[in-house]
Design a protein around this ligand. Structure first.
Ligand code: NAD
Length: 362
């Protein structure tokens, strides 16, 4: 099931990547982690392009082991094949592959503290296996989904943070299995680019949110919404002073496709996010309460694990100068994006709650 909100998002993404999207015509794209939040947006967008835009369909192959993925929102067909596979093991594909998106990862602190070693494996062994495949198939372009977490807890003079910043990361801290493995994944990309000419680009997303995120994922926006609909106070960990920027998924997806389809720029990292909405977690909770007509309470509490307390970076805000040169611009403001997420959740989970009344269609 996709629903009205996701369908609208997909149309927005498709419009935002024209005319470059035509490059996908008649091509084959391999994606890892296609059964997750961002993966489904990739699949739905290409499915939409196949039905409405491309002269010849783009065939998609997705490899996912469902460690956190919720499943696919499109049916298998002659243009879409799903493989259950853990990418820490090499993947053999008979067809040619033109584009490769290594999206698989364990993204939420809730899950990367639970699956500590799997998180490292997918970002390191998984990345190496995909780089080998990209080399063998001589792909036109590959994306590796790294993270803004490679910057760790940036020094204040490096916020907003550009791609040149080296990062301030602990190799043994509570987030290290995620942060350090993404950093090594990027180093592998550079090594394969320099040694074998693999045309890989590294994406560093800054807190992308939207429909399709699991409500039990513990990333902050779905977590706040889940608590509200469970009639529980929304939890703010610690003093709530730490900041993030949040980028609605349709904006981010346009950025991802622009980098995938860009000419050149191989072996380079790209920040993708929104620079306008840097907001403290307390203010985010207050914004959420306003969206629900102040019918929910906020509670300061300790986080569910050490990644939310000891390891939580103080500020996170991207410098987007580089990706803006590709014509990228995040357009959806925070309140609009959160309301879209809530509308989707109400529809997807058939939520019956007086709180649902407060959400006016955007
Ligand atoms: N959403 C964000 O804000 C954000 C921010 C920074 C980085 N990222 C990165 O983007 C990627 C996608 O994030 P998402 O939000 O869609 O996460 P998600 O958890 O919704 O999706 C990740 C998918 O990868 C799959 N997966 C994990 N390990 C695998 C393995 N070993 N083999 C095969 N499949 C595997 C999971 O089952 C899941 O379907 C991740 O690599 C994540 O680290 C996302």
């Amino acid at each position: 099931m996709t629903g009205k909100v996701i369908e609208e998002d997909v149309r927005t993404i498709a419009a935002g990547i024209m005319p470059d999207a035509a490059k996908l015509s008649g091509r084959t794209l391999l994606i890892t982690g296609g059964a997750g939040f961002l993966g489904n947006y990739f699949l739905l967008t290409i499915d939409y392009l196949n039905r409405n835009v491309l002269e010849k369909p783009c065939k998609i192959i997705s490899a996912d082991n469902f460690i956190t993925g919720v499943g696919y929102r499109i049916e298998e067909s002659e243009n879409f094949r799903a493989i259950t596979h853990d990418v820490k093991y090499p993947l053999q594909i008979d067809e040619d592959i033109d584009y490769l998106i290594h999206l698989a990862g364990i993204a939420s602190p809730r899950f990367y503290r639970k699956y500590k070693i799997e998180t490292i494996d997918v970002a390191t062994l998984g990345t190496k296996n995909m780089l080998e495949l990209a080399k063998e198939k001589k792909v036109k372009s590959m994306l590796f989904f790294s993270s803004s977490e490679v910057y760790g807890d940036p020094h204040p003079e490096h916020v907003p943070t550009n791609e040149e910043y080296f990062g301030n990361v602990s190799c043994i801290g509570p987030r290290a299995n995620y942060d350090e493995s993404k950093r090594l994944g990027e180093t592998m990309c550079i090594a394969y680019h320099q040694t074998h000419g693999v045309p890989v680009k590294m994406i560093r997303p800054f807190n992308i949110y939207g429909p399709g995120m699991r409500l039990d994922d513990y990333r902050v926006i779905p977590n706040f919404v889940a608590k509200a609909f469970n009639s529980e106070p929304i939890p703010v960990y610690g003093d709530g002073a730490n900041t993030r920027t949040f980028c609605y998924v349709s904006d981010a997806m346009i950025g991802f496709f622009k980098v995938l389809l860009a000419e050149g720029m191989n072996g380079e990292p790209f920040n993708v996010g929104s620079e306008d909405n840097e907001i403290s977690m307390l203010k985010l909770a207050e914004t959420m309460a306003e969206i629900f007509d102040n019918k929910i309470n906020i509670e300061k509490t300790s986080g569910p694990n050490d990644a939310y307390t000891l390891g939580d970076p103080k500020r996170r805000c991207p410098d987007l100068t580089k990706i803006k040169k590709l014509g990228y611009d995040a357009k959806v403001d925070l309140k609009t994006g959160i309301k879209r997420f809530i509308q989707w959740a109400i529809e997807e989970y058939r939520i019956q709650s007086p709180l649902a009344e407060a959400i006016k269609p955007t």
